[in-house]
Design a protein around this ligand. Sequence first.
Ligand SMILES: C[S@@+](CC[C@H](N)C(=O)[O-])C[C@H]1O[C@@H](n2cnc3c(N)ncnc32)[C@H](O)[C@@H]1O
Length: 220
Amino acid sequence: MKSDEGLAAHLETRERVGEKLVSPSAQRNCGPIGQTLAPFLPENAHVLEIASGTGQHGAHMCGLRADIHWQMSDIDAPSRASQNAYALDFPKQMRPSLPLDMMLEGWWQAVSGIDVIYCANMIHIAPWEAALGLAQGCARLLQNGGMLCLYGPFLLEEDSAVSNLEFDHSLKGRNPKWGVRTLESVKHIFADRGLNLRTAIEMPRNNLFLVFALEPKSEI
Ligand SMILES: C[S@@+](CC[C@H](N)C(=O)[O-])C[C@H]1O[C@@H](n2cnc3c(N)ncnc32)[C@H](O)[C@@H]1O
């Protein structure tokens, strides 16, 4: 199934500076995410970013780590144009953005040689099938030991933050297929494909930074 629902998946007004879009929340998150993500990236890592939005996170990471290669992607064409503008600042590290749709079967065939996959703030602003597509693609693209870093809000049963419950409610009001996902359901779909949750780091504003590693399934 191809998705057209990512096209309105920006919840805030994005300012334009030349060809670059600037999202206030992406700007705010660059520092904390950068500090958290950088230690997980092996030297000379090839990183695939899913749902890169404006492109600010990738540009920030390439500024922090001159050794890494960062491939941005998004379903949304105006976002990809912005990502390409940021990529021009890092010609040795970034290539043009790819039009990857997590709901499109086989999306992973457009990519190869990836060590780490990074995805922020997508699975709650897309139908659940996008999370399933992400999990399927990670299992296809990563080698054993390869990592998925997933950032965003999650529901934690009775420990869910009020702000995340309210966010879930407002997302469902915009689109009944959207919604903040439970950590348990997310862990489950990745574990089913051999990606086990290794680390969960608390981030500002009740977000989590999750690190999954691809491991061979035991034969028990
Ligand atoms: C809230 S933005 C997050 C952007 C960026 N990752 C960040 O954290 O600032 C959500 C992004 O998910 C993208 N998106 C939505 N559905 C998608 C899908 N099915 N496949 C790939 N990207 C999708 C949207 O186009 C949008 O850029």
